[in-house]
Design a protein around this ligand. Sequence first.
Ligand code: KIV
Ligand code: ZN
Length: 391
Amino acid sequence: MTDKAAKQDHVLIFDTTLRDGEQSPGASMTHDEKIEIAMMLDEMGVDIIEAGFPIASIGDFEAVRAIADQVKSAQVCGLSRAAMGDIDRCWEAIQFAVNPRIHTFIGTSPSHRGITNLDMDGMADHIHNMVTHARNLCENVQWSSMDATRTEPDFLKRTVEIAIKAGATTINIPDTVGYTAPRESADIIKMLINDVPGADEVIFATHCHNDLGMATANSLAAVEAGARQIECTINGLGERAGNTALEEVVMALKVRNDIMPYATRINTQKIMGISRRVAAVSGFAVQYNKAIVGKNAFAHESGIHQDGMLKNAETFEIMRPEDVGLTETNLVMGKHSGRAALRSKLENLGFTLQDNQLKDVFVRFKELADRKKEVYDEDLIALMSDETTSS
Ligand code: KIV
Ligand code: ZN
């Protein structure tokens, strides 16, 4: 998708699993693993891959360069602080990509200005100089006013205006510490689009962290207010409580397209495969009840739910497991399961039962389920072999 198309009813998906995601303490990936994940992201239709932070280490530089060389379709982006040396190093790593992007940033909120020792005027000049420098190297430049959601609104507008005038093509509004709430997230984007000269020439991006569990809601609110790029990671990997989860925003836009009519280019059937691979290489297991990709996201145990599912899957499922790359809904057999689910499960395992047989097996199944949390296929097969021996 072109950045222009995204201005209307498309949202660009900017994946930062390999940069912000990898910043999770303990989530580092090897060179080869990063390339493998980048190729999977490209194949699933991600628009922009943030491949790393080239100045951070030689290893990061080399991984970003290799990804830039190998990715065929997505834009490849490198991160750099707003500093000449960072920007030059970033460009060195990404320049041979099919469509390279420099992403440069500085913290604009009062506490960040304190750290960099720049007052508002000093920071404004610095932003102008750094974005101009990046733009002289690359025609695709993303500017981030880090900690935007805690930056004074007038100063935020000023930083964004300067970045646009200096040639930034994407303006990212990070909620760096996961502090904002959905209405505020929308209001900030609306304010920038309405008040900043040149705003209609650029794409606004939303980059949310999940400290209060609102990253997905905040990202979608920003889109409804006019943002057309969502920054996210697979499994919501990222610093502290993580970033917006790619699978959540993409599936929310797909399932609730009736009220959020914005498309992405993501092939959603690739979601489960990449989620499992990212969990394996990062060493960060996905929580069982994680939306979309958790082990239990398409599992049903209670009798009423299983019965409903067997009659009509829409009763308890708002999306099809196949849409995210699973083969089928998982009816988990446990003490809450009912007779209909047991019959169906046994039929799948090759056992067709008369009603009186089912009655007997059901009693023994419940006894077993009281002793075990989950009754596996092997347990049911053992139960059936006892049944055939005793009858
Ligand atoms: O959270 C953040 O502010 C960031 C920036 C570098 C964009 O990750
Ligand atoms: Zn971040």
